[in-house]
Design a protein around this ligand. Structure first.
Ligand code: HEM
Length: 191
């Protein structure tokens, strides 16, 4: 009980001006990696056949890295002080903004976990470059089942990118229209 209260009161601190530096680093690293991992899905359509496995392996390895970083980010976010929720002057929009943040975390987890599940459903391991996460199944599941998992993975990835674009536009709106220097909270510096 005491711990839960402690964590809840640390989550939003009225005094913190910026996010924890680890959160700031993870925010930008995850944003870049998601763009690269998504971009690779267009690259593998355009490269010669012999290079396709390499590009797909890179997609899986970097995508898995996103999963690990998102889990780390959630743990740090819940255990460190954050600035209070942003205010635009329109409480309804602020509520949508908070919901969108939760949805972004959800989609990040969903996309990456579905990617891992799809690969595992084909009884394949996940290459990480320096090691491989082994296949858990000896035989692939039914083709239709893994195809459905792959389709939901793709759908969730497209939703994630669409929401990330809206999220970025909202941040730019705060920065350049409302001029409330909201972006500053996601930069390094004194807290
Ligand atoms: C940021 C995370 C990720 C994003 C944005 C993403 C996005 C996508 C998209 C859009 C597709 C469909 C591409 C197409 O067929 O046109 C796809 C396919 C795929 N993804 Fe991901 N993905 C992510 C993470 C992962 C992870 C973690 C894995 C597995 C470890 C993974 C494995 C795959 C595989 C195996 C395919 C199908 C490749 C094929 O057609 O053979 N993805 N991904």
């Amino acid at each position: 009980m005491f711990r839960a209260q402690n964590v809840a009161s640390m989550a939003h601190s009225p005094t913190a001006q910026r996010y924890n530096p680890a959160i700031v680093a993870l925010h930008w690293l995850i944003a870049i990696l998601v763009a690269v991992v998504y971009g690779l899905t267009y690259v593998w359509d355009g490269v010669p056949d012999e290079d396709v496995p390499f590009v797909k392996d890179l997609h899986m390895g970097l995508g898995f890295t996103v999963l690990v970083l998102v889990i780390a980010r959630i743990v740090i976010r819940l255990s460190t002080a954050s600035p209070p929720a942003a205010q635009s002057g329109w409480p309804f929009l602020d509520r949508i903004g908070s919901l969108a943040h939760v949805l972004l975390y959800f989609l990040l987890l969903a996309v990456t976990i579905l990617g891992v599940t799809y690969v595992q459903s084909r009884a394949r391991g996940i290459p990480l470059g320096f090691m491989e996460i082994p296949a858990l199944l000896t035989d692939p599941v039914a083709r239709d089942t893994s195809r459905s998992i792959r389709e939901v993975h793709e759908l969730a990835a497209n939703a994630l990118i669409a929401l990330a674009i809206v999220h970025a536009l909202a941040a730019l709106f705060h920065q350049f229209v409302l001029r409330d220097r909201l972006l500053r909270r996601m930069t390094f510096g004194g807290r």
